[in-house]
Design a protein around this ligand. Structure first.
Ligand SMILES: *[C@@H]1O[C@H](CO)[C@@H](O)[C@H](O)[C@H]1NC(C)=O
Ligand SMILES: *[C@@H]1O[C@H](CO)[C@@H](O)[C@H](O)[C@H]1NC(C)=O
Ligand SMILES: *[C@@H]1O[C@H](CO)[C@@H](O)[C@H](O)[C@H]1NC(C)=O
Length: 303
């Protein structure tokens, strides 16, 4: 937002929404004793913060928070906002952990895609085998985090040649390579509803299979997830293979094409890229404009 310049204003009368820049991650780091399961300090800090905003500025009271937004990708984002009723019920909460059972309200809240770039770079993650070359029907690798994973591992780990489910990958097998040669990538919820696997699958052009209850996927106000993902309720985990085998080749090819179409909406860029421009072209332009060089890993550095 700051780089774009067209989105932010310091003139409150120009503003459509007001950002509440508090960080749940920082609060967990400074105000939480690991293992204590005692969130009081965090909750009090957020409540104090909103009190100060409401006392110092007229804007909070004018809308009771409904034109204010906060953002958190932490698992506790939703919970820690729940002690300030107007923040919870009125404000726009931009959350990774978008669990409707924990009060996520798609008519005012926003799902932030959970993105985990292990190297900090996106290079090498985009793309994969062409759809007809993909030899694995379905793939998952991940630890036993929570009940949904338990159910998936119990039903499918080591049980099938088409649905490959691992808690840890065999030596020498690369996670990214598996994503790139699978047709469908299983994205079960872990301890919380969101999973970085959804974006990993889209990057690798593998159809995401969302296995969750109560998860509102990102951008679902504008993207029709049914067109490019398979949505499997937790109770249907035993049926996963039947569900996937039941998708015809032509439907699979259509979904694959659509995954490639929506991919750009999940790609992180150093700069916003105009919709009509190609990523590489635009990067070139920005690099030239600022007199930067690109290293071999495509990371931009000042000359
Ligand atoms: C907003 O409302 C609260 C609670 O009613 C009050 O304490 C506070 O002073 C008000 N803020 C302003 C700027 O008037
Ligand atoms: C917020 O919503 C909850 C649940 O819908 C409700 O119980 C509570 O009274 C609401 N609080 C306010 C201040 O509107
Ligand atoms: C969603 O929230 C409900 C209510 O807190 C909880 O029982 C459930 O486990 C959550 N889902 C996940 C995947 O964590």
């Amino acid at each position: 937002m700051e780089k774009g310049n067209i989105y932010i204003t310091r003139d409150p009368d120009q503003a459509l929404v007001y950002f509440l820049p508090f960080s749940v991650v920082m609060m967990v780091q400074y105000l939480y004793v690991p293992g204590a399961l005692e969130y009081h300090a965090i909750i009090r800090t957020i409540a104090d913060y909103i009190d100060i905003i409401a006392t110092k500025h007229p804007f909070w009271n004018l809308s009771l928070g409904s034109d204010h937004f906060m953002l958190s990708c932490h698992d506790w984002g939703p919970y820690t906002t729940s002690y300030v009723p107007h923040l919870f019920n009125n404000s726009i909460r931009v959350l990774c952990n978008a669990n409707t059972s924990e009060g996520f309200n798609p008519s005012k809240d926003v799902t932030l895609p959970e993105i985990n770039l292990k190297t900090g770079e996106i290079t090498g993650l985009l793309g994969g085998l062409s759809p007809l070359q993909r030899s694995v029907l379905a793939f998952f690798a991940g630890r036993l985090h929570g009940d949904i994973r338990r159910s998936l591992l119990e039903q499918w780990k080591g049980k099938d040649h088409d649905v490959l489910v691992y808690d840890s990958l065999p030596a020498g097998v690369s996670y990214e390579t598996m994503l790139k040669q699978s047709k469908f990538c299983l994205c079960p919820s872990g301890y919380e509803v969101a999973s970085p696997r959804v974006v990993e699958a889209i990057y690798a052009e593998c159809i995401p299979v969302l296995i969750s209850d109560g998860y509102v996927p990102p951008l679902s106000d504008v993207l029709n997830w049914k067109a490019f993902s398979v949505i499997v309720p937790v109770k249907d985990i035993p049926d996963i293979k039947n569900i996937l085998v039941g998708i015809s080749q032509s439907e699979y090819l259509r979904m694959h094409r659509r995954v490639k179409q929506v991919q750009r909406h999940f790609v992180l860029n150093w700069f916003g890229i105009p919709f009509f421009l190609d990523r590489a072209q635009w990067t070139r332009r920005i690099v030239d404009k600022h007199g930067w060089t690109t290293t071999s890993t495509n990371k931009m550095v000042a000359r």
